[in-house]
Design a protein around this ligand. Structure first.
Ligand SMILES: Nc1ncnc2c1ncn2[C@@H]1O[C@H](COP(=O)(O)OP(=O)(O)OP(=O)(O)O)[C@@H](O)[C@H]1O
Length: 233
């Protein structure tokens, strides 16, 4: 579904990604791990066209998206849950959702208000609250719900559970597990190995803008050296 082939990405003169490659197959949940500042968010921003790759290429559903605009990439079926959530503060929960609602690229309409309220019952109780009046956990659910409302073929999540209380994290992971069970392809940045090895199929660890380790959940759980060397745990 997604192939990132040896991309180099920069902020101005400063190179952040070096020969970075990864793949997500249809129906897979894949994580991107690594210490702070190693280039995880930049990888996601390059996939979305927000920091276009200067070398290498990115294919999505066999189409070259390397130099497309973020808008066109989103319309092809990639839904982003950005770091920091970026909820519209002056719109209600429901209005935030309706603002992004769209049939998917193949006319897929799996996600609408009704199915979103079923996935996140807590959010439905807050549907009339303004975006800036809900808790951090509710904002994170809303950010995921908003991306789902575009009916994406691939969902990208950047730090989906950072700063959230343990119970709310469980709720987010339950949601990811449900999505995986229905075959949603997901690429997720998250630091919580224990939960993620449970949900995800494969993992990439990046260091200084390039992949230094890749493998299955079982490989990662068994590789104490990799965990210590690259993740500091
Ligand atoms: N807008 C920017 N302009 C210049 N440099 C940036 C910018 N955004 C990030 N960087 C730098 O690029 C490098 C990679 O950052 P990135 O946010 O991709 O890392 P990350 O692995 O997602 O880290 P974190 O877990 O802290 O979000 C860092 O050295 C960072 O300082």
């Amino acid at each position: 579904m997604l192939q990132v082939n040896a991309i180099d990405s920069f902020y101005g003169q400063s190179q952040v990604l070096f020969n970075m490659s990864l793949t997500v197959k249809e129906g897979e949940v894949v994580t991107l791990m690594g210490r702070n500042g190693m280039g995880k968010t930049t990888t996601i921003r390059s996939i979305m066209g927000l920091v276009p790759a200067r070398q290498g290429s990115i294919q999505f559903k066999s189409k070259d998206i390397t130099s497309l605009s973020p808008y066109r990439i989103a319309r092809l079926g990639i839904g982003l849950v950005p770091e920091g959530r970026l909820i519209s503060p002056n719109l209600s929960v429901e209005e935030n959702l309706v603002a992004t609602a769209n049939a998917g690229p193949n006319g897929n309409e799996r996600w609408n208000l009704k199915s979103i309220w079923e996935l996140f019952p807590k959010l439905s109780e807050r549907k009339n609250s303004m975006g800036n009046k809900i808790s951090g956990g509710e904002q994170q659910m809303l950010a995921i719900a908003r991306a789902l409302m575009t009916n994406p073929d691939l969902l990208l999540l950047d730090e989906a559970t950072e700063g959230l209380a343990p119970l709310i994290r469980q709720e987010i992971w339950r949601c990811l597990r449900n999505l995986k069970e229905e075959g949603q392809s997901i690429l997720v940045i998250d630091k919580n190995i224990q939960a993620l090895t449970d949900i995800a199929d494969r993992h990439y660890i990046i260091e200084k803008g390039t992949v230094v380790w890749e493998g299955t959940s079982r490989n990662l759980l068994e590789d104490d050296t990799a965990k210590q060397q690259y993740l500091g745990i």
